[in-house]
Ligand binder design. Structure first.
Ligand SMILES: NC(=O)c1ccc[n+]([C@@H]2O[C@H](COP(=O)([O-])OP(=O)(O)OC[C@H]3O[C@@H](n4cnc5c(N)ncnc54)[C@H](OP(=O)(O)O)[C@@H]3O)[C@@H](O)[C@H]2O)c1
Length: 300
C-alpha cells in the first residue's frame, strides 16, 4: 500500500484492546510515532491534559466497552456502557473538535438489521446516510445513538463502522474463531472487516484526514456457512458444524444480534489508490492465506 509520506504522531486510546494492539504494531511498522493514551475517555480534564502534553497530529479512538464474554454483558452493565461508549466517546470527539485535531473512531456497523428495503441477499446495503435501525441489544442501541450525535463533529472526525472483525490469527476475539466454537450457528450473509486488509486503510484515512462516516468493511457479504466451509477447506478437514435459526438463537441469548450488509462504495471511492478486497477474496488471500503461511513457516 502506498502510504502518505508525512510522518505522524498518533495518540491512541484503547492501548490494551484487541484493535488497539494491532494498530500499535502497524503504526510502528510504518515508522510513525504512537503515544498511548492513559486517560479514561470520560475524564475530560485528563484527556485535555494528555492532548496538550503530547501534541499529537492525529488521535485514534479504539477504546470502547464491548462486553465479556460477549455483548450480552452490556445488558446488565448499562451505566458502564454509557460512561465509555457514550460519554467518553463524545467527550474525546468534542475535545478533538475544539482543538482542531483529526480523530478516527473505530465504531460499529452492528447498528443495522436487514429490512424490507435492505433484504438478505439483495445486495442493497445500508449507506452512510442511513440511520441505525437495530436496537436489539443495549450495546448496539447506544452505539446508534452516539453515531447520530457524532455527525455534528464530522469536520474533525472519521467514524469507521467496523463489523465482525477478523484478524490474521485464531485469537478468541476473531469472528471465525468464535463461530467455530459455537455448538450451533446461524447462517446469514453479513458485512465483515478483515483487519489485516482494513486497519492499514484506517491509518490512511487518519493521515489524509478523511471526514464523516464510513462503512468500514470489505465490500460484499459472506455467510457463516461460507466461512465455516473455508475453515474446513483450509484449516481442519474434519471440522463439522450444525445450523439453527435466528429465532432459535434468540432463545439462548440475552440480546439479539445484528445481521446486515453495508454498502462500502463510499470507502472504496474515497481511497482509489488503495486496494480493498471483496470479502471472499479478503478471507482467502488475507485471513486463510496468512494462517497457512504462518503454519508452514512454523513447521519448516
Ligand atoms: N471486537 C469487535 O467485535 C468489534 C466489532 C465492531 C466494532 N468494535 C469496536 O471497536 C472498538 C475496539 O474494540 P476492541 O474489540 O479492540 O475492544 P477491546 O479489546 O474490548 O478493548 C477495549 C479497549 O478500550 C479501553 N477502554 C474501555 N473503557 C475505557 C474508558 N472509559 N476510557 C478509556 N479506555 C477505555 C480498554 O481499556 P481497559 O482494559 O483499561 O478498560 C481497552 O483498551 C470498540 O469501540 C468496539 O465497539 C469492536
Amino acid at each position: 500500500m502506498a502510504a502518505s509520506a508525512e510522518k505522524q504522531k498518533f495518540l491512541l486510546y484503547g492501548k490494551s484492546g484487541w484493535i488497539g494492539g494491532i494498530l500499535q504494531e502497524l503504526i510502528k511498522a510504518n515508522g510513525d510515532e504512537v503515544v498511548l493514551g492513559s486517560a479514561r475517555l470520560e475524564n475530560r480534564e485528563h484527556v485535555i491534559r494528555e492532548i496538550e502534553e503530547h501534541k499529537p497530529t492525529r488521535v485514534l479512538n479504539a477504546a470502547g466497552v464491548t462486553g465479556r464474554p460477549n455483548v450480552d454483558w452490556c445488558e446488565s452493565n448499562r451505566q458502564t456502557v454509557i460512561r465509555t461508549n457514550v460519554v467518553g466517546c463524545l467527550n474525546l470527539a468534542d475535545i478533538c473538535w475544539l482543538k482542531g485535531i483529526h480523530c478516527t473512531l473505530y465504531a460499529t456497523g452492528c447498528i443495522f438489521e436487514y429490512d424490507d428495503v435492505h433484504r438478505v441477499g439483495s445486495g442493497i446495503g445500508f449507506t452512510e446516510e442511513d440511520v441505525a435501525n437495530f436496537d436489539g441489544s443495549y450495546y448496539s442501541k447506544t452505539k446508534g445513538w452516539v453515531e447520530q450525535m457524532l455527525r455534528e463533529y464530522e469536520d474533525q472526525l472519521a467514524v469507521l463502522r467496523v463489523r465482525m472483525p477478523i484478524s490474521d490469527d485464531l485469537t478468541a476475539r476473531n469472528f471465525v474463531t468464535k463461530i467455530t466454537k459455537y455448538e450451533k450457528v446461524v447462517n446469514i450473509p453479513n458485512s465483515m472487516t478483515v483487519l489485516s486488509d482494513l486497519l492499514p486503510v484506517s491509518l490512511e484515512i487518519s493521515r489524509r484526514e478523511l471526514k464523516g462516516i464510513y462503512n468500514f468493511c470489505n465490500p460484499g457479504a459472506i455467510s457463516h456457512n461460507e466461512i465455516l466451509d473455508m475453515y474446513k477447506e483450509y484449516v481442519d478437514p474434519d471440522f463439522t458444524y450444525t445450523n439453527f435459526t435466528v429465532e432459535e438463537q434468540d432463545k439462548i441469548l440475552k440480546a439479539r444480534r445484528s445481521n446486515n450488509e453495508l454498502d462500502c462504495s463510499k470507502l472504496v471511492k474515497a481511497l482509489p489508490d488503495l486496494t480493498i478486497l471483496e470479502i471472499h477474496d479478503a478471507m482467502r488471500e488475507r485471513f486463510f492465506g496468512s494462517l497457512l503461511s504462518s503454519s508452514s513457516s512454523s513447521s519448516s
